[in-house]
Design a protein around this ligand. Structure first.
Ligand SMILES: Cc1ncc(COP(=O)(O)O)c(C=O)c1O
Length: 396
């Protein structure tokens, strides 16, 4: 079937949950993807912060095919070698001591919410079940993760939400201090808000949250689904801020595109789960975790984090130069290769103009152009993005 026919058929048989662009992507290599007509695009979205090592990285493809030839799936009733190995590596590189594997970011949020409630029940009694999350946060689309998400536009049509979630403004320690009460069991936060608009924490914010949590015996949960696995130039974003959490969720780029999620926690908090409390059929299966092992190793050992730091600075400098020249750019911000460019108007049209010129970018929170390229991106590729933006901005 031709690309156009598939697109038409997709409109007839898929649930209408995405406002898709009429492009059918069929191949990828590094930072480049190709559509069904053979047209080439530079991918500054990386499958939405998923393909951090780029498309079809040879080491990832090798790990995937080798494992596919060995054992794709078996039940968690048995031990799974790559699962144990990936858990060990994640713990080696983080505050973590115990890991639960699942299949997505939303599922990781669900696991974290359940773990926080269970731990608090066991240690503080039945009354502590509430979780404080941030306005403009995003934690996923399942009912628990959706209730945690602090954006009304995602809630609309799905009420009543799960009870037990309070939303306070991001970067406001006093608001959290006031919200923590006798029913609070956890505070859940993205170290840098992604979908909410690439919002960075103010100096001392995460450290302040950790201190507040320690004082009130509240658990601190970081959602590192988007910012984790090297995106900010360190393996985990919290490493920039000297304030580890008690629980961390991961997904997206953990296996560079093979579905996976993880809940990482301490021995003490993890001890609240016993056999039968939580589980999932596919979570931690040999295929996804074998690729996850390869991803962690490649990020750490192949200079990918260093490239992310260097290219992140280069991209931010280029975006700041554009800001000097175009007054409708109201802010440029980011950390590593998670960068945002805030416009004085809605950015949808800019995204479309860039796509017409062969560059894929994203716009979030209406006005924030978001750049999330693979962490292996080169100066030349960033130059191409900046030249494209310049040309598109100049047309306005
Ligand atoms: C910070 C954050 N948490 C959770 C999620 C949900 O992840 P998933 O789409 O894999 O369920 C996302 C997805 O964009 C996210 O950015």
């Amino acid at each position: 079937m031709k690309g156009n026919e598939l697109i038409r058929e997709g409109d007839q048989c898929l649930l209408n949950t995405y406002a898709r662009y009429p492009i059918l992507l069929v191949r990828g290599e590094g930072v480049t993807v190709w559509d069904s007509t053979g047209r080439e695009y530079l991918d500054f979205l990386a499958g939405l912060a998923v393909c951090n090592l780029g498309h079809c990285h040879p080491k990832v493809t090798k790990a995937l095919t080798e494992q596919a030839n060995q054992l794709i799936h078996c039940s968690n009733f048995y031990y799974i070698g790559p699962q144990v190995e990936l858990a060990r590596r994640l713990c080696e590189h983080s505050f973590g001591e115990r890991v639960f594997f699942c299949n997505s970011g939303a599922e990781a949020a669900e696991g974290a919410i359940k773990l926080a409630r269970k731990y608090s029940k066991e240690h503080h009694g039945d009354g502590r079940y509430e979780i404080i999350t941030m306005e403009n946060s995003f934690h996923g689309r399942t009912m628990g993760a959706l209730s945690a998400t602090g954006q009304k536009r995602f809630h609309k049509g799905f009420e009543p939400l799960l009870p037990g979630f309070t939303h306070v403004p991001f970067n406001d320690l006093d608001a959290v201090a006031q919200a923590i009460g006798p029913h609070t069991c956890a505070v859940m936060v993205e170290p840098i808000q992604g979908e909410g608009g690439v919002n960075l924490p103010s100096p001392g914010y995460l450290k302040g949250l950790r201190e507040l949590c320690d004082q009130t015996k509240t658990l601190l949960i970081y959602d590192e689904v988007q910012v984790g696995m090297g995106r900010t130039g360190k393996l985990f974003a919290y490493e920039h801020y000297e304030a580890p959490p008690h629980i961390m969720t991961l997904a997206k780029s953990l296996a560079n595109g093979v579905p996976i999620g993880a809940v990482v926690t301490t021995e003490e908090v993890g001890g609240a789960f016993a056999p039968g409390n939580h589980g999932t059929t596919f979570g931690g299966n040999p295929l996804a975790t074998a690729v996850g092992c390869c991803v962690v190793e490649t990020l750490v050992e192949d200079g990918v984090l260093e490239n992310c730091q260097e290219m992140g600075e280069y991209l931010l400098t280029g975006l700041r130069d554009l800001k000097e020249r175009y007054t409708f750019i109201t802010d440029v911000r980011g950390k590593g290769l998670m960068c945002g460019c805030e416009l004085a108007f809605e950015g949808k049209e800019i995204v479309e103009r860039c796509m017409e010129r062969g560059v894929l970018i994203n716009c979030t929170a209406d006005k924030i152009l978001r750049f999330l390229p693979p962490l292996i991106v080169t100066r030349g590729e960033i130059d191409r993005l900046l030249a494209t933006l310049d040309a598109v901005f100049a047309e306005r």
